[in-house]
Every structure is written in C-alpha cells, then in structure tokens.
Design a protein around this ligand. Structure first.
Ligand SMILES: CC(C)(COP(=O)(O)OP(=O)(O)OC[C@H]1O[C@@H](n2cnc3c(N)ncnc32)[C@H](O)[C@@H]1OP(=O)(O)O)[C@@H](O)C(=O)NCCC(=O)NCCS
Length: 146
C-alpha cells in the first residue's frame, strides 16, 4: 500500500535513509520540512503486507512538472519491485495531464538506480559536474507520461 508519510513512520524511514545514503542522508527535519513546509513537497511511503514501511518516495509536485527528490528501499527489501511500484504510482499521478515531465538527479556511480529509472523511460538529460561534492550527477528526465 502506498500512502502519505505519517509521523510514526519517521523512525523507520530514517533507518532506511541512513543505510541508503550515509553521510548525505536526510534528517527527520528534512522529511518533515518536505511534507509540512515546502508547498509543493510530498512524501509517500510503501507499506508492506507485514505493516512495515519498506520504502518511500519524496517529490516536488509543481503545476506543470514534477521532480523526484528522494527514493529508497530498505536493504533487505530490495529487488522485490518496491521502488518500481513507487515509480509506477507516481507516473500514474500524471494521468490527468498536468505534468509535462518528471526529473531527478542521481549519482553517476549509482548504476542500480540509473538502470531502474531507464527501465521506466527516464533518459539522461545532462551531466552535472561535482553535483554531489566530488561526484558528478546526472539530470534524468521522462517526458512521455501518457
Ligand atoms: C535504487 C533502489 C531505490 C531500487 O529499489 P528496489 O526496490 O530494489 O527496486 P526494484 O526492486 O523495483 O528494482 C530493482 C531490480 O530488481 C528487479 N526486480 C524487481 N522485482 C523483482 C522480483 N520480483 N524478482 C527478481 N527481481 C526483481 C528489477 O527488475 C530491477 O532490476 P534492474 O537492477 O535490472 O533494474 C534501491 O536500490 C535503493 O534504495 N538504493 C539506495 C538508495 C538510492 O540509491 N536511491 C536512488 C537515489 S537517486
């Protein structure tokens, strides 16, 4: 089940966030800020059949486009299609035709994520030099949202 992030999810989210991103992990405040302060910020979680949060997706919902700001799945729940389910859900949101594109940034070395995004029709639009400090990033985008 995919649903809005609840305060009670934060502990589990931070566990997944820290194991996924280490030093560049978002904090509790970052998640709350995205949900409660950023006007176009959204955070949804994937709740597994056992009732536990297995992954989450944060994005910016602008009027004419969207941007994925965070996506992670618990280590022990990877390769089960959870990130795919979250991406499919988000792409489904564009069915009303308001978004012209969905973009995201990813580390050039994050081959797992890049492969996943490409499978969903995202393409590399630009190389962002030193976007992650010493590591370059790719701007990826998907326009065909039909
Ligand atoms: C990138 C990330 C979100 C992918 O999450 P995930 O839930 O494992 O992704 P999925 O299961 O949907 O897809 C991953 C792979 O599993 C495969 N898979 C999906 N369901 C499967 C199943 N039932 N059986 C076997 N393989 C399966 C997919 O085909 C996919 O293969 P690919 O590597 O060729 O793309 C996860 O690895 C992660 O959290 N990484 C750390 C954080 C991160 O890098 N986030 C992205 C930042 S931009």
């Amino acid at each position: 089940m995919i649903r809005q992030m609840d305060d009670r999810d934060l502990e589990r989210i931070l566990e997944i966030e820290n194991q996924s991103f280490g030093k560049s992990a978002w904090t509790r405040e970052d998640f709350l800020h995205e949900r409660d302060v950023t006007p176009y910020g959204r955070v949804v979680v994937y709740e597994d059949t056992d009732g536990q949060v297995a992954g989450y997706l944060a994005y910016w919902d602008f009027e004419d486009r969207a941007e994925i700001t965070n996506l992670a799945v618990a280590e022990e729940k990877r390769c089960l299609g959870i990130a795919s389910a979250l991406l499919e859900w988000m792409i489904g949101l564009s069915a009303d035709g308001d978004w012209q594109n969905i973009t995201l940034e990813v580390r050039v070395g994050n081959q797992n994520a890049i492969r996943l995004y490409k499978r969903f029709g995202f393409e590399i639009w630009a190389l962002k030099k030193n976007y992650y400090g010493t590591e370059d990033g790719y701007l990826m985008g998907k326009e065909d949202l039909g």
